[in-house]
Design a protein around this ligand. Structure first.
Ligand SMILES: C[S@@+](CC[C@H](N)C(=O)[O-])C[C@H]1O[C@@H](n2cnc3c(N)ncnc32)[C@H](O)[C@@H]1O
Length: 278
């Protein structure tokens, strides 16, 4: 889930909507550490298995993957070389030695068919204009009975108290920008049909809801403020430049999103985690 300096490549028609600046790096890290238990408690790969993580970004999920499966051999790939640089540092600082990194495009990875036991893709399909083609390509790289794990958000699942039309409009800016860049910020709800069309079987989709109220201060801070609202706030300039919303309404929307993190506020968002076999 997720706004640049790298050249669009592969499937990206326009630059990655969240960009690669330092605020986005911090946001991705906050997102990963806040959501680690919710999203990853059941992602464990057996010792000796080969795991491919395409679109690893700055390695926020990679660290959790590698810790949860210390015996697995993880290969993490991204199209962005600055992100890979950051990911390498992060994994090294975490003292993990079971991860290798490679720059590459998810649509054109230089591996023979059936090279991996498992593929793990998190918050990547939402940025691709051809997510089905990506899944089909990844399926070819899996061994017989190998698995794919896909985690995506869905901005249509965001609701909150106090409700706010301006906040919903600000969120919609992100949805529109992502659409213009060829992606789909509401892709979480499509994981089952996409995996089915790609030819996977035994597809299990598990919705993972983040529910944040004052009784869960770590989620209010880590998710409502630092992950979700920070993400929407990050698309202010692009949204105004694209003429999707006026500055006053956008800023009111952000203010109202922060308002949901006050002691009487509530914020809900659902991620979708799918696991399927070849
Ligand atoms: C939202 S980030 C997610 C990073 C990481 N998976 C996480 O959850 O923190 C999406 C990543 O996908 C990468 N990406 C986008 N298109 C790609 C492609 N065609 N091939 C490989 N990586 C790609 C971007 O460079 C970016 O690092």
């Amino acid at each position: 889930m997720a706004t640049g300096s790298y050249k669009p490549a592969g499937d990206l028609k326009r630059p990655y909507v969240h960009g690669y600046d330092s605020r986005e790096l911090i946001r991705l890290q906050d997102q990963a550490s806040t959501l680690a238990d919710l999203l990853h408690y059941d992602t464990v790969y057996p010792p000796g298995s080969r795991v491919l993580e395409p679109g690893c970004g700055v390695g926020s999920q990679t660290v959790t993957l590698a810790r949860n499966s210390p015996g697995a051999d993880i290969l993490s790939v991204d199209i962005s070389s600055p992100s890979l640089h950051e990911a390498r540092k992060r994994v090294k600082n975490a003292g993990l030695s079971n991860v290798n990194f490679m720059q590459g495009d998810i649509f054109n990875l230089p591996f023979a068919p059936a090279s991996f036991d498992h593929v793990f893709v998190c918050f990547v399909l939402e940025h691709l204009s051809r997510p089905l083609a990506a899944l089909t390509r990844l399926k070819d790289l899996l061994k017989k009975d190998g698995t794919v794990t896909v985690i995506e958000g869905d901005h249509g699942s965001a609701y909150f108290y106090p409700d706010s039309a301006a906040a919903r409009q600000a969120i919609q800016c992100q949805v529109e920008l992502q659409k213009c860049a060829g992606g789909n910020a509401n892709i979480g709800r499509e994981l089952h049909p996409l995996l089915n069309k790609a030819g996977f079987r035994s597809i299990q989709v598990s919705p993972r809801m983040v529910y944040a109220d004052a009784s869960k201060p770590h989620l209010v801070d880590g998710f409502t403020r630092k992950t979700f609202t920070a993400m929407i706030e990050g698309v202010r300039t692009s949204s105004l430049e694209a003429g999707i919303l006026d500055a006053e309404t956008f800023d009111k929307g952000i203010q109202d999103l922060y308002r949901t993190a006050e002691p009487d506020g509530v914020f809900c968002y659902t991620f979708f985690k799918a696991v399927a076999s070849c």
